[in-house]
Design a binder for this molecule. Structure first.
Ligand SMILES: Cc1cc2nc3c(=O)[nH]c(=O)nc-3n(C[C@H](O)[C@H](O)[C@H](O)COP(=O)(O)OP(=O)(O)OC[C@H]3O[C@@H](n4cnc5c(N)ncnc54)[C@H](O)[C@@H]3O)c2cc1C
Length: 404
């Protein structure tokens, strides 16, 4: 008989870690979250939960928590090419989820979810930075090394969940093989006050000549998170207050009306990220499960990360509660994760290639695909908004690109 300090130790109190902790602690598991930060700051992360992620959050019983964190529902998705609006979609009627996008300032979201995990019975240690992990083999159960208030500690658990984000050190400590896409997009983000755009819609501009995709997610009262997605390569990586005007000028040159940002002032830092996806070959090994960005940080251009983190938390909770053997639960979770991830990943690559590649060949490919979509809407699966429900195979790819 093995003794553990905890049933479950979760490394990282982000969306994925806190959602998992709340469900497991509420079911009676002795759960500890280790979160390095004492308080959360704006790290320029995801703040828009797609409609299918809202369904996941609803299933986890977390919608109230999102509302308390100040979530702003965005029922409409407005698309633009140049200054002209090309689409005005009601997501609450036209997505499988029948939900809006929900936009929420990420430090407030993290704080509210972590507090909810604690209220559900999880122990939460803030300022506890994990420095190492010994997986279950060769030791009989995984052991986490950390520092808390300057004191080094070691704790064991029946299962450790790595929910430590896009640079996940857990992946390395537990020897997860990690795969990486080639570089393609960069994503710059900044929070602005005083943005003059309707507050009930996501506003998305596509500039195919430059390969720019610009997203504005209003959070209410003129505050909006603005992302500029642009090709990698020799392009500049914007960062720091001096670059904010340049980013907004790029957005305006790609179609955002200048009036939208005329009164805008920064409400947080500007930062740029490499958009390429990197992922663990499997999300479980030797008593350690990965979830959220630690399992796979998807390309932020397409806004799937928060939804995947909620999905992972739900799926892992369900497997752990269904199995006495948590090794079997971890393996079942990892296997079931392959399909939704590979669908999101395939769609990210298809959309990036079709919408953001530049030049005459790319223009011709777009013209062919868009014509085929006008003839048959089902050629363009609604994965990003409605979720990764069906597998995507080679015939789907050919239909998407209008090749068959
Ligand atoms: C620019 C940008 C834009 C994005 N836009 C969107 C969007 O619009 N919609 C969307 O759905 N997704 C978006 N994403 C992705 C989204 O931010 C992530 O998918 C999501 O935050 C992942 O949540 P997580 O819980 O896995 O990790 P995180 O939110 O990164 O949380 C990880 C936590 O682990 C803690 N931690 C790390 N190391 C340690 C350690 N050693 N010890 C203890 N704690 C540790 C960190 O402090 C952090 O609190 C975007 C990402 C970026 C970069």
């Amino acid at each position: 008989m093995l003794n553990y300090d905890y049933d479950l130790i979760i490394i990282g109190g982000g969306v994925g870690g806190s959602a998992l902790a709340a469900g497991m602690a509420a079911a009676g598991a002795r759960t500890l979250i280790l979160e390095a930060e004492q308080s959360f700051r704006d790290r320029v992360r995801g703040e828009a939960v797609m409609p299918w992620g809202v369904t996941e959050a609803r299933q986890l019983g977390l919608l109230d928590v999102l509302e308390k964190a100040g979530a702003n529902p965005l029922p409409f998705w407005d698309s633009y090419q140049g200054p002209d609006r090309s689409g005005h979609r009601d997501l609450t009627r036209t997505t499988r989820a029948k939900e809006p996008v929900i936009a929420c300032y990420h430090p407030a979201l993290q704080t509210a979810l972590l507090q909810h995990a604690e209220a559900s019975g999880a122990q939460v240690w803030r300022g506890a930075r994990v420095s190492g992990l010994t997986p279950r083999s060769p030791s009989p159960n995984p052991i986490v090394s950390l520092e808390r208030n300057g004191t080094p500690l070691q704790l064991s658990a029946r299962l450790v969940a790595g929910a430590d984000g896009r640079n996940s050190p857990t992946r390395g400590w537990a020897n997860f093989p990690v795969l990486r896409d080639p570089e393609r997009n960069l994503v710059s983000g900044v929070l602005l006050d005083g943005v003059d755009l309707p507050q009930d819609a996501t506003h998305a501009w596509l500039d195919t000549a430059k390969g720019h995709f610009i997203l504005n997610f209003p959070q209410g009262q003129g505050r909006a998170r603005v992302y500029l997605c642009y090709p990698a390569g020799s392009a500049k990586r914007y960062g720091g207050p001096d670059d904010i005007r340049e980013v907004l000028a790029q957005c305006i040159a790609s179609g955002v009306p200048a009036e939208a940002y005329r009164q805008a002032t920064p409400a947080g830092p500007l930062a740029t990220f490499d958009g390429r996806t990197s992922w663990a070959e499997s999300a479980y090994r030797n008593g350690v499960a990965l979830l959220g960005d630690a399992a796979a940080n998807t390309d932020p251009t397409w806004g799937q990360g928060l939804s995947m983190a909620f999905r992972d938390a739900r799926a892992l909770t369900e497997q752990l509660l269904a199995h006495n053997d948590w090794d079997a639960a971890g393996k079942a979770y990892a296997e079931a994760r392959q399909q939704p991830f590979s669908v999101v990943h395939a769609m990210e690559n298809w959309q990036s290639q079709l919408l953001l590649d530049t030049g005459p060949d790319a223009d011709a490919a777009r013209a062919r695909a868009f014509q085929s979509w006008r003839d048959d809407r089902t050629r363009n699966p609604d994965t990003f908004l409605s979720g990764p429900a069906e597998p995507l195979t080679e015939p789907h790819r050919r239909r998407f690109f209008g090749e068959a």
